[in-house]
Design a protein around this ligand. Structure first.
Ligand SMILES: Cc1cc2nc3c(=O)[nH]c(=O)nc-3n(C[C@H](O)[C@H](O)[C@H](O)COP(=O)(O)OP(=O)(O)OC[C@H]3O[C@@H](n4cnc5c(N)ncnc54)[C@H](O)[C@@H]3O)c2cc1C
Ligand SMILES: *[C@@H]1O[C@H](CO)[C@@H](O)[C@H](O)[C@H]1NC(C)=O
Ligand SMILES: *[C@@H]1O[C@H](CO)[C@@H](O)[C@H](O)[C@H]1NC(C)=O
Ligand SMILES: *[C@@H]1O[C@H](CO)[C@@H](O)[C@H](O)[C@H]1NC(C)=O
Ligand SMILES: *[C@@H]1O[C@H](CO)[C@@H](O)[C@H](O)[C@H]1NC(C)=O
Ligand SMILES: *[C@@H]1O[C@H](CO)[C@@H](O)[C@H](O)[C@H]1NC(C)=O
Ligand SMILES: *[C@@H]1O[C@H](CO)[C@@H](O)[C@H](O)[C@H]1NC(C)=O
Length: 537
């Protein structure tokens, strides 16, 4: 027995001890580099797997439950900095003790790369939720926003100070600035003012050496890269200086649904030809779902909801819609006037009665609570899809496993056609009629095989191939999809694989991103499954 026991100990204890030592060394490094006044509150800063609040801190900012399973990797340590120096210490100690590091602001990453890792390597999560101050300068129409702030907090804070200022942020109130601007970031105002990254005028970043850099000290290359080059590649962005934009005191919203029996197919088909006639100050979008999602599969039909926000009064919008899209058959009752910030609530499906809901990071719409796991993908449409193409989508949407599938279409055009593809890394500009995102949701339970849903999504994506952008088939990095590049023939090098998703997310901007990465972080400290690789990385 004795020798067997020894073998057991020797073959299995070494890696465990090593990891535990790394872990202890890292924690010692962290506590010694935090000031003594911080040590008192170290339990509010550092959560190890043994901390009683570890799971709640980890899971409170996981927006895709696909990554909270017994087999999901979990960070060794979560650090929730209260001060910039804590971020610097975490970078320094992770580097020193060979731990990987993931940065999380709002935790909305579709593939969870801000808090799970596909590799076995132990890692630390820096969670910036406490770094969320917002400083608005109404006179100069700018704001400094820390990365941990959510969209709702800025919308709310701006609305408190002005009815005619806004920010071109996300549709959903809970998305945080860190990942959103790192992805480019589009929303209600993007056809008039561009994506969020187009409206960033300065930023503060901590690089791999722990230096705090601003636009001037980081230089224009790095400042370009962080505005849409995907998060988690270049450093940790602490805060962003953004331009606020003008909106009228009153905007108009309409939302109207049509089933297949009410000619949804013909209306959608027609919509594709007229989006360019919609004024810039309009956000024309369509959500496609199926009805009777929970009963049985009989009598299901496809429903297209035409949702729009318009920067102007109803009496301007009504004749405009009558002129451009009479087929939709809107009636006066379909239109509602409200403030811009109220339109965020209405189109975000939040209860419209109190604006304070925008400040609630844990508030989620009921269907997100009911089906917290999802898989999503995105595409860009450059020529109208024929009606027969839509028929094929409907037959997939009406399959039994697709009850919770949703397609979202957001019209492009407006100023998006005028901003050059190389202005910031986000390249999806002129020539797109609309972007389409596909989502399927479910609840992980013992008897649910999530592969059914994921396979359904992949099948739909295959089906869409002839109708969407080609060479490359573009995709939005904000809707990260780890399938991309996984199975494509790429010469098998990690750089080759990266260039597959890299060209889809960034088109020709990928090469410049790689050059900048090579300069700023040649040893690839800031990395995840789809971070920008350095040459030879
Ligand atoms: C419900 C929902 C609604 C959405 N709506 C929109 C929308 O309307 N428009 C749109 O464009 N996108 C939208 N998105 C996509 C969203 O913008 C991206 O998922 C974005 O990356 C989320 O940012 P986050 O900080 O919340 O996520 P995180 O998971 O925290 O971060 C995402 C990525 O950015 C990195 N990162 C985070 N913070 C930093 C930082 N401070 N410095 C450097 N890297 C960082 C992370 O490491 C990770 O790679 C939505 C997503 C969800 C889940
Ligand atoms: C720690 O305390 C010192 C002196 O009281 C103070 O100057 C410093 O700002 C504090 N550090 C932090 C991170 O709060
Ligand atoms: C743990 O969570 C509880 C409840 O949310 C809170 O009261 C407590 O302060 C937290 N403890 C730490 C160490 O963060
Ligand atoms: C659908 O379109 C047809 C032909 O264009 C039209 O006759 C019919 O009234 C429409 N149905 C509805 C419900 O609008
Ligand atoms: C939904 O199903 C119910 C019965 O299951 C049916 O009466 C109803 O017409 C269906 N609704 C639609 C829009 O198909
Ligand atoms: C489906 O609709 C048809 C008529 O459209 C109706 O006769 C039938 O009862 C419905 N089935 C269910 C399950 O509701
Ligand atoms: C925020 O939303 C959550 C989830 O809906 C709810 O439980 C909580 O009470 C809300 N918090 C506040 C302050 O309203």
């Amino acid at each position: 027995m004795f020798p067997v026991f020894l073998i057991f100990v020797f073959s299995f204890s070494w890696p465990i001890t090593s990891s535990a030592n790394t872990h202890q060394d890292f924690l010692r490094c962290l506590s010694s580099s935090l000031n003594s006044n911080d040590s008192a509150s170290i339990s509010r800063l550092v959560y190890t797997q043994r901390s009683s609040n570890y799971s709640s801190v980890l899971e409170s900012r996981i927006h895709n439950s696909r990554f909270i399973t017994p087999t999901s990797t979990r960070p060794l340590v979560i650090v929730t900095p209260l001060h910039v120096s804590h971020v610097q210490s975490t970078i320094r100690c992770s580097k020193k003790h060979g731990l990987q590091l993931r940065t999380r602001s709002g935790g909305h990453d579709f593939e969870g790369v801000s808090y799970v890792s596909e590799s076995e390597a132990p890692f630390v999560v820096v969670d910036l939720a406490n770094l969320r101050s917002i400083d608005i300068d109404v006179e100069n129409e700018v704001a400094w926003v820390q990365s941990g702030a959510i969209m709702g907090e800025l919308y709310y804070a701006v609305a408190q100070k002005s009815r005619t200022l806004a920010f071109p942020g996300a549709l959903c109130h809970g998305v945080a600035f860190g990942g959103f601007i790192s992805s480019g970031g589009y929303g209600l105002l993007f056809r008039k003012y561009g994506i969020a990254a187009d409206n960033v005028v300065d930023a503060e970043l901590i690089d791999v050496k722990g230096r705090i850099l601003n636009r001037k000290s980081m230089g224009e290359d790095l400042f370009w890269a962080i505005r849409g080059g995907g998060g988690g590649s270049f450093g940790i962005v602490l805060s962003w200086k953004v331009k606020l934009v003008r909106v009228p005191e009153i905007v108009t919203v309409f939302s109207t649904s049509r089933t297949l029996e009410q000619n949804a197919t013909q209306l959608l088909h027609r919509w594709q030809y007229i989006t360019s006639q919609f004024p810039d100050g309009m956000f024309p979008s369509i959500t496609i779902t199926t009805t009777n999602t929970t009963v049985d599969n009989r009598n299901r039909t496809v429903v297209a909801s035409f949702n729009t926000m318009f920067l102007g009064r109803a009496n301007e919008l009504i004749p405009l819609m009558q002129n451009i899209f009479p087929e939709l058959g809107l009636t006066v009752q379909d239109y509602s006037e409200m403030s811009f910030v109220e339109s965020i609530l209405v189109l975000g499906q939040l209860p419209p009665e109190n604006l304070e809901i925008l400040l609630n990071r844990s508030y989620r719409i009921s269907y997100l609570v009911a089906t917290p796991s999802f898989k999503a993908k995105s595409d860009y449409i450059k020529k109208p899809i024929p009606e027969i193409g839509f028929q094929g989508i409907w037959s997939q949407l009406l399959e039994p496993e697709a009850r919770t599938a949703t397609l979202n279409l957001a019209a492009y055009g407006g100023i998006m056609d005028e901003i050059p593809e190389s202005a910031v890394p986000y390249p999806h500009r002129n020539g797109n009629i609309y972007e389409i995102s596909y989502t399927i949701r479910w609840r992980e339970e013992d008897n649910v095989d999530s592969e059914i849903y994921i396979s359904w999504m992949r099948k739909l994506y295959d089906y869409m191939t002839p109708f969407v952008s080609k060479s490359p088939r573009e995709a939005y990095v904000g809707y990260r999809d780890l399938d991309i590049g996984r199975n494509e023939d790429d010469g098998q090098t990690s750089y080759g694989r990266a260039s597959v998703w890299g060209r889809k997310y960034y088109k020709n901007n990928f090469d410049r991103l790689v050059k900048i990465k090579t300069m700023i972080d040649p040893h690839n400290f800031f990395r995840h499954e789809q971070s920008i690789p350095p040459y030879f990385g």
